[in-house]
Design a binder for this molecule. Structure first.
Ligand SMILES: Cc1cc2nc3c(=O)[nH]c(=O)nc-3n(C[C@H](O)[C@H](O)[C@H](O)COP(=O)(O)OP(=O)(O)OC[C@H]3O[C@@H](n4cnc5c(N)ncnc54)[C@H](O)[C@@H]3O)c2cc1C
Length: 410
């Protein structure tokens, strides 16, 4: 039985008084829960307020691809993502050791088919980029990017029945294979983080607690039920809904106003037993991510879940929505929008007859903050303390790449 020591924050929460934590985190998604873990490790008292339940947002799916940007034309954003992908393995191992829970992480690598001859030239530049940039702290190359010839595909990446994983028919010029890409089970990772936070003597997650207003002058929030909570600092990590929450604050990071939108996506989880030695396959927006035992096993204990994603839908908000219509639009799966899945089946024909374990949809945050130098809108998250609001930080965005970055301290 747990011998949890009830600190002042625990007593106050149980009594309906939320006290004044050192850090109040808004949102129990991947960003909010990593922020809470880091603060607890620093010895702070942390309260996480979650409008729905842990993982009810974009983090609660099953795709979990952790894929690097291309290693040529290196820049600071690629370096940050590389550091995230490289350090996540250790961060997850520490979380698993603390909680005894399996997060389903594996550095599984990735295959991308080469369909035109000119892609071979690009690949040569990228291979050189990986040699130069994918290094460890001693300066040695830590991960590789290589060309896999068409004939080699059929022997090297195979299913238990001996069939090729990536179809040679769609890879006339072979494939690019990297050893940096990885996968994690998003739900298992969230469950481990939530367990760590909620079972910590100084941590607490309040579900069904929507922050309706954020007051920067008093570093406090008002919940939808009228409860007021003040805190030493506040971390805004409530996904795409963060843009609305901080809209009136003229929130700025690095001189740029924090803006963004919610982009809906959907994915499918299949049952297909495999040896858990296959890489992710990626092409033209379709991801095929083989998962391990933490996602599900067949009768003989073999990993048997493969996730396929995903769509990107900008116009998903219903007209004149009430809360019920908004929730239905946020999580409703559109059975007619299957282009991503059809393409995935041409890449890996073995998945076509597999039975569907689950269909899932949700809305992910997408920052629309232009790069100050290039004006380009990227896919990176924004982390950090807001200018002119020292006690308030945001961690939001990270379109399709959040799980490889959310653990970075900020
Ligand atoms: C189909 C799909 C596939 C994806 N695949 C990948 C992938 O393979 N790899 C990858 O890295 N990323 C992937 N992503 C993106 C990734 O899931 C998101 O970028 C990430 O989960 C965002 O995390 P978050 O913590 O910012 O937001 P969320 O997970 O959305 O968490 C925000 C939380 O805040 C809560 N909340 C909202 N408003 C309030 C409020 N006012 N008060 C309190 N709580 C509030 C919400 O209920 C929610 O639980 C995918 C997303 C989708 C939709």
């Amino acid at each position: 039985m747990s011998q949890k020591v009830h600190t002042p924050i625990q007593h106050q929460v149980q009594a309906g008084n939320h006290g004044s934590p050192d850090l109040l985190v808004i949102g129990a998604g991947i960003f909010g829960l990593w922020a809470a873990r880091h603060a607890l490790k620093r010895g702070e008292r942390v309260l996480v307020t979650e409008k729905r339940s842990v993982g009810a947002g974009a983090s609660g799916g099953f795709l979990g691809a952790l894929m690097p940007h291309m290693p040529d034309r290196w820049n600071a954003k690629k370096q940050m993502q590389y550091e995230g992908l490289r350090s996540l393995e250790t961060a997850i191992a520490a979380l698993e050791a603390d909680t005894g829970l399996d997060c389903g992480y594996r550095r599984c690598g990735r295959l991308m088919p080469l369909v035109h001859e000119k892609m071979l030239d690009h690949l040569a530049e990228r291979v050189a980029g990986a040699d130069e940039n994918w290094r460890d702290e001693t300066g040695r190359q830590a991960f590789t990017l290589e060309h896999v010839a068409p004939g080699e595909l059929e022997n090297r990446f195979v299913l238990p029945d001996g069939n090729s994983w990536l179809s040679p028919d769609v890879a006339s010029f072979g494939a690019a294979h990297d050893t940096l890409s990885a996968r994690v089970n998003p739900r298992a990772c969230l469950a481990a983080l939530a367990h760590f936070v909620d079972s910590h003597e100084n941590g607490r997650i309040l579900e069904g607690a929507e922050v309706a207003a954020l007051h920067r002058e008093t570093c406090s929030v008002t919940l939808a039920d009228g409860t007021a909570i003040s805190a030493g600092r506040i971390a805004v990590a409530n996904g795409w809904e963060a843009y609305g929450l901080i809209e009136g604050m003229a929130a700025r990071l690095g001189g740029q106003k924090v803006t963004g939108r919610g982009v809906k996506g959907q994915a499918v989880l299949l049952e297909l037993p495999h040896g858990d030695d296959l890489p992710i396959v990626y092409d033209s927006g379709s991801y095929i991510v083989p998962h391990g035992n933490a996602m599900g096993v067949d009768g003989s204990g073999r990993a048997n879940r493969i996730a396929v994603g995903s769509t990107s839908i900008d116009a998903w908000l219903p007209d004149g929505a009430g809360e019920g219509a908004l929730e239905a639009a946020r999580t409703g799966y559109n059975a007619a929008d299957t282009g991503f899945f059809d393409h995935a089946c041409t890449l890996c024909p073995a998945i076509a007859p597999a039975s569907v374990a689950e269909r899932w949809a949700n809305v992910r945050p997408r920052n629309t903050i232009p790069d100050p130098k290039t004006g380009k809108i990227g896919t990176e998250p924004v982390f950090g303390q807001l200018q002119d609001h020292e006690q308030i930080s945001v961690a939001v965005g990270g379109f399709k790449i959040s799980f490889g970055l959310a653990h970075l301290p900020w």
